[in-house]
Design a protein around this ligand. Sequence first.
Ligand code: HPA
Length: 273
Amino acid sequence: MRITKKQLEESVAYLQNKGFDQPEIGIVLGTGLGKLVHEIENPIEAHYNHIPFFPLATVEFHTGKLIYGTIAGKKVVVMEGRFHLYEGYDFLDITYSIRVMHLLGIQRLFISNAAGAINLDYQKGDMMLIEDHINLQGGSPLAFGNVAEFGDRFVDMLEPYDTKMCKQLKSIAEREGITLRSGVYASVVGPQLETKAEYRMLKILGADAVGMSTVPEVIVANHLRLPIVAVSVLTDECDPDNLQPVNIQEIIEIAGKTEPKMIKLFTELIKEI
Ligand code: HPA
C-alpha cells in the first residue's frame, strides 16, 4: 500500500478550483449526524465520487459529500459521511480525506460518531467526549511503505485528543446545560455488533464506548500533528446481562435525536476558536 503526494495534490487542486479556500477547521460527521451541514453558510459542495482519488462512496446512510463554507465566521470543510473498513475499504482509503483536508489548510479536526455505551452509567442519547482510545481494528493507517514521506513513522500517542479543546468543550457543555460524559472509545471493524462476550471483554479492557470508526482518522491526524476533538453519541446500551436486539434504524434515530446538542457543542467551540 502506498499514497503519493501527486494524488493528494490532484485531489486538493480539484477542491481549490471549486473554491475550497484555506479552511481552518475540518469536521467529520458520523452516522445519523449530518444536520450540522445546515449551519454552513455559503456552502460549496463536492461529491466524493467527483474528487480525484477519493474512495467511491457506498453506504446508503451517507450522502458522501465534502462541503466547504463558514460557520460562525470561520472557514470550515465538513465531511458529510465517512468511509469505514466494513465497507471493504482499507486503512489508507478511509483516512485519505483527512490528509486532503490537512493539505487544504485545516488546523483542527472535529469528529463525531455513533457508538454503543459499554460504561453502563451512561445512557443511550448521552454524548461522550473521547479522551483516549483503544484500536481494535487490527491494523494501522500508518503501516504503509512510504509513510516517512508524510511525517514520522513512529507516532507518539501520548495525547491523541487535544486537551485544550477537550476542556473547552466540557465548559461549553456545562454552560449550556448539556450532559457530556467522557471516556475511552474502542474501535472495532464491524459491521456486526458485538457478542455478549465481546462486550464483557471491552469493559474489562477499559472501554466506555465502542464503535466502528474514528480511530484511524485520529491516528492520521496525530501523524499530521492536527489537534483533534471527538464526540460519540451513545446510541445503544451494551449490557451483556440484559442485551436487547439493536437495529440500525434505531441507532440512527437516537443519533438524530441527540444531534441538536452535538451541533450546539461544535458550533460553540467553533466560535471560541
Ligand atoms: N458496537 C459497535 N458499533 C456501534 C455500536 C455498538 O454497540 N453502537 C453504535 N455503533
